[in-house]
Design a protein around this ligand. Structure first.
Ligand SMILES: [Fe+2]
Length: 342
């Protein structure tokens, strides 16, 4: 093993290393074993062993060594060649260069590879019958107003057809949940979120709804339409390479919070939307698809709170859904055995 003297000897190490060794001399290890492919001590074994010796955080060690092992196995299994690996590195470099505060290509790639959806599912196990979760996506904002149930979340003049959403929040034994707050955010009838309009002055098509004591809530709004995820960068190229498209089915995002219950972030999708089965980010689940009903009776529109002239095309889209939340305890119990397996 190298001594401190060897590590700082100008005859043995250059100026850059000597400059970096002011405070700490890194631990060196003797290279005792030859690591070679198709032997009982490969480069994978060597990297893993090195990390085991030097890395101090157990969880980091577990994650990184797992990743190294899987990546090395992938290269062996697919016999990855130099040109292919160079393409991978170029692609990731582009993803880094083209990422901005508003469009993170790595987040998009995580979504398009199904990893975001997988991590979400691993971390939100649910008892049978509970509403499935999915990722919040990039369009949530903190500035949505807190509002009472029954109001309109769409400003006058918002593009799209009228919609009336009503939700019922209950627990796994069918009891109504009191004290819930429901964050809602959605695109308009052009498939555009308020934050995507350059002239946005205030929140639109979003709100933090205080649910009624009986566990119900409702709001008037606009029927959302399908929209594409950003596809002018590496993530878009990846989708095209795989023969996939970037379009997400129409949906409304919800985040439900209630004392004693596991927070739920999810989205609901109208069954009439295209792209339900080919979601580029794999957030569309069958259980979250809803059948909407068209209401053509003006008297019913008035009961929902719509004023004369607010309803276009002679219909209001009526959207109903029952959210089922597990308690914190129920989720905790489900997570215990999964952690033990790791
Ligand atoms: Fe969305």
């Amino acid at each position: 093993m190298a001594s401190r003297q060897q590590m700082t000897n100008p005859l043995l190490v250059g100026t850059a290393i000597r400059a970096q060794l002011k405070d700490e001399i890194p631990q060196d290890l003797p290279l005792e074993k030859e690591f070679r492919e198709k032997t009982d001590y490969t480069i994978t074994d060597h990297v893993v062993e090195l990390h085991k010796t030097l890395c101090k955080d157990p969880r980091t060690l577990e994650l990184i060594n797992g990743l190294v092992t899987h990546l090395h196995a992938f290269c062996r299994e697919k016999q990855v060649n130099h040109d292919e690996w160079t393409e991978v590195v170029k692609f990731l470099t582009r993803a880094g260069k083209e990422s901005t505060d508003f469009k993170n290509e790595f987040v998009l790639l995580s979504d398009c590879f199904g990893i975001s959806a997988l991590v979400d599912e691993l971390n939100h196990p649910k008892p049978p019958g509970c509403t499935d979760s999915c990722e919040a996506g990039p369009f949530y904002t903190e500035d949505a107003p807190e509002v009472l149930s029954g109001v309109s979340l769409a400003k006058s003049g918002t593009t799209g057809e009228a919609m009336f959403f009503s939700g019922f929040i209950k627990n796994t034994i069918g009891q109504r949940i009191k004290g819930a707050k429901v964050d809602v955010w959605q695109a308009d009838g052009d498939g555009v979120y308020d934050v995507q309009y350059p002239n946005r002055t205030e929140p639109n098509d979003r709100g933090k709804i205080i649910a009624e004591p009986d566990g119900t809530f409702c709001y008037r709004g606009i029927l959302p339409t399908a929209y594409p995820i950003p596809n002018d960068g590496p993530a878009g190229d990846f989708l095209r390479l795989m023969g996939r498209h970037p379009h997400r089915a129409a949906h409304i995002h919800f985040a439900l919070h209630a004392p004693g219950y596991d927070d739920l972030t999810t989205a609901l999708y109208p069954s009439h939307s295209p792209f339900l089965g080919t979601d580029p980010v794999f957030a569309t689940k069958k259980s979250l698809i809803c059948q909407l009903v068209e209401e053509h009776n003006p008297a019913e529109w008035a009961k929902m709170g719509f004023k004369d002239g607010e309803v276009k095309n002679g219909r209001v889209w009526v959207w109903k859904y029952q959210f089922v939340l597990p308690t914190v305890q129920e989720v905790h119990q489900m997570k215990q055995p999964r952690r033990a397996v790791l």
